[in-house]
Design a binder for this molecule. Sequence first.
Ligand code: HEC
Length: 149
Amino acid sequence: MSWRLLSALILALAGGMAQAADGKAIYDGNCAACHQPDGAGAVGLAPPLAGTLGKRVATPVGRQYVPAVVVTGMAGKLVSKGITYTGIMPSWAQFSDEELAAVVNYVLSQFNAAELPAGHQPYTAEVFAKLRANKPSGQELKAWRAESE
Ligand code: HEC
């Protein structure tokens, strides 16, 4: 193997690892306080992200809903696993498209692996760029969530 090829491989590996590490770091530093480190959520504070999102992303509208939530933020009444939440989640649009993709992919692969649809593709930064350019309203999000139930 040539040195050039070897260094390209090492760079690609390091890049992949950095991305995986970012998702966890962003989650632990920004999401875990409310959704808990294991994604279980906390009654009265934030709904679970574990075991609840895999089935949603199996539908086209749910595939759009999950990344849109972090771009727009969310507030108002939300029922998850029979429990009603009325908290407020800010928008996370201060993160780059790559960072948002990393954190959502982390939540899906770490906390929802068992329910992900066959052939599930991780989100790319491009999805977030598109949502950012055409930010769904809070009402749209609630409608998409209901449709992906
Ligand atoms: C301040 C507490 C708080 C933080 C921090 C927070 N969330 Fe939330 N999150 C909420 C609340 C509250 C809701 C429900 C909003 C509602 O009632 O409409 C929610 C909803 C969600 C949903 C939709 C869940 C569903 O069942 O439809 C996702 C996905 C989500 N958050 C992801 C994240 C991610 C990723 C982060 C970190 C980047 C994060 N949240 C940080 C409070 C928080």
